[in-house]
Design a protein around this ligand. Structure first.
Ligand code: IPM
Ligand code: MG
Length: 359
């Protein structure tokens, strides 16, 4: 029997609660589909930092490289300096494992979940390919004369040809794959989102994207500046198929995308380096005010489990999990992906498990 080694970082706030549901669903999918999962749990989170002063050690990043995949709950704690543990754990894994793609599907499962008028599931079904190791997240920068009236703060936006090229290539290949799954109709399309008018060095994206497009004559290409992208996402989300964009713009537009699909509670993501150990997490944060109350929606975490299964090649298990979530939302058994659903975190996890086992 195939068995996978999966690293688990439950994290802070609602992280451990949603992770428990994600792992329950993983176990159910594994037993139905006939594969195994060995979990390797890691203690690193903000509380661990507050107790021990230890962030994510480099040795753990090396150890994680030997696993098949990693699941992460959520990171962020009100008693810790903003971003310190997030940068160490989330960005540490993204950069340390060179997870250069952040894959964020924006898929509406049921019309009533969408805050836009008259938009149906067939109108909202696209994927954002967020470059995940460069841009404004480079951490190259700092402060000069901090705390004085002469203070200067600098941060470098780093864009490499390699980074733009490989993200664009992934996006074009993904567009082809999606089109093949829907039998070519409509034609595959990739939209580059940047700000090359105001930030002229973004022109490296324009050129790398155009160079890659040469290899994909069957794929339509499009372009939108990021401000216009936000507008089109609300006005005509049906225009998007695959979007490729910079690290920071991808961060921003995917929160907007999460709202289109029904809220932060439902959005999932994969931090991917094809062929290497990759990391899967919900898009939401640790939501400290909801922690420990059994009110967090576990569907984003469960969606991340489904993305991990797909990445591992367990496509039937991935579809089974995604199908279970979709069915519960479509039928109204789970009426929404937030606290208004009135269904507790663990109960929602149980409903998904039951559905996964019954199909
Ligand atoms: C996300 C988050 C992270 C990011 C934070 C927590 C560092 O917002 O995954 O979208 O900015 O990438
Ligand atoms: Mg974000």
């Amino acid at each position: 029997m195939t068995s996978y080694n999966v690293g688990v970082l439950a994290g802070d706030g609602i992280g451990p609660e949603v992770m428990r549901q994600g792992l329950k669903v993983l176990e159910a999918a594994a037993s139905v589909e006939g594969f195994g999962c060995e979990l390797v749990e890691y203690p690193y989170n903000s509380e661990h930092y507050l107790k021990t002063n230890e962030l994510l050690p480099d040795s753990v990043i090396d150890e994680v490289r030997t696993l098949d995949a990693v699941l992460l709950g959520a990171i962020g704690h009100p008693d810790v300096e903003p971003g310190l543990v997030e940068r160490s754990i989330i960005l540490g894994l993204r950069f340390g494992l060179d997870l250069y793609i952040n894959l964020r599907p924006i898929k509406l499962y049921a019309e009533h979940l969408c805050p836009l008028k008259d938009k149906r599931p067939e109108d909202i079904d696209f994927v954002v390919v967020r470059e995940n190791t460069e841009g404004m997240y480079s951490q190259i920068g700092g402060h000069l004369k901090k705390g004085t009236p002469d203070e200067v703060a600098l941060i470098s936006g780093v864009y490499t040809w390699k980074g733009c090229e490989r993200a664009s290539r992934y996006a074009f290949e993904l567009a082809r794959k999606r089109a093949a799954e829907r039998r070519g109709d409509p034609r595959p399309k990739v939209t580059l989102v940047d700000k090359a008018n105001a930030i002229r060095p973004h022109d490296i994206w324009t050129r790398a994207f155009a160079a890659v497009a040469q290899d994909f004559p069957d794929v339509e290409r499009d372009h939108a500046y990021v401000d216009a992208c936000c507008m089109w996402m609300i006005k005509n989300p049906e225009w998007f198929d695959v979007v490729v964009t910079t690290n920071m713009f991808g961060d921003i537009v995917t929160d907007l995308g999460a709202m289109l699909q029904g809220g932060m509670g439902i959005a999932a993501s994969g931090n991917i380096h094809p062929g290497k150990t990759s990391m899967f997490e919900p898009i939401h944060g640790s939501a400290p005010k909801h922690a420990g109350k059994n009110v967090a929606c576990p569907l984003g975490m469960i969606g991340a489990v489904s993305m991990m299964l797909d990445f591992l090649g367990e496509t039937s298990a991935a579809a089974r999990v995604e199908g279970a979530v979709g069915d519960l939302l479509k039928s109204g058994a789970v009426p929404s992906a937030d606290a208004r659903s009135g269904i507790g975190t663990s109960e929602m996890g149980d409903m998904v498990v039951e559905r996964v086992r019954s199909d």
